[in-house]
Design a protein around this ligand. Sequence first.
Ligand code: SF4
Length: 263
Amino acid sequence: MLIDREVSGQLQHKLDKITLDESIVKAKAALLNDIKRSIYLYRVDCGGCNGCEIEIFSTITPIYDTERFGIKNTPSPRHADIMVYTGSMTRLMRLPAIRAYQGAPDPKIVVSYGSCGCTGGIFHDNYCVWGGTDNLFDVDVYIPGCPPSPPQTIYGFAMALGLLGQKLKHTEITEVPGEQVPIRFETIPYKVRTALERKARLLSGYRSGKDLSDEFMTALALGGTDVFAGIDALIAAQDDPRKKEVLGELKAELKTQLASQEL
Ligand code: SF4
């Protein structure tokens, strides 16, 4: 009946699977295979009993705490790297499921969660159910279970992100008894070092401030008997006026420190 009334193809009740463009498949393989930043997941319940949701929330909250692996929940598909579909694919949730999928930027990973998400589960023969998520999207990772436990969930997300492969490549660093981290710029007194680093971070932000104070203290350490010779050369060599200004401020701070400590 709906077809007779010329309602848009998307609103018809037949289930057309969404296929991926070849360029997206390639981008997916290249960009998501060895991801090195935190990732965001967005969850869509397509028609389950809510048991899967409870397990997902248990996974992302403090006891199992997936954030320690950089896996975070996002309230918007616009920010999602992973789309998690729970529950069986029902008629009413088909369009919201497609909308969420289309809202997430490519390339994205699709996870089919729970027995219902994987196959339709106990609702598979219900009049309004079309089976699992893979009837609508290409699924990258299936996490089976009714519901899957938090450890299973973390394992599935790790599989989706290639975290296991990254773990195999990780380097183990073991501390030898008595081992000490070498002190950087140890010829410069501790109070002067910390004052310079604080000032640089105050003026340029945490990361750039650290880089600038390192450059400044390297020049200071190389200066030998003439304390300001290396620093003046460093300041004169700068093209960036912002950097020049911060280094000038550090020089002023150094003078203050030297005067206060009578070095
Ligand atoms: S898989 Fe089990 S727990 Fe999850 S939605 Fe289906 S019936 Fe509920």
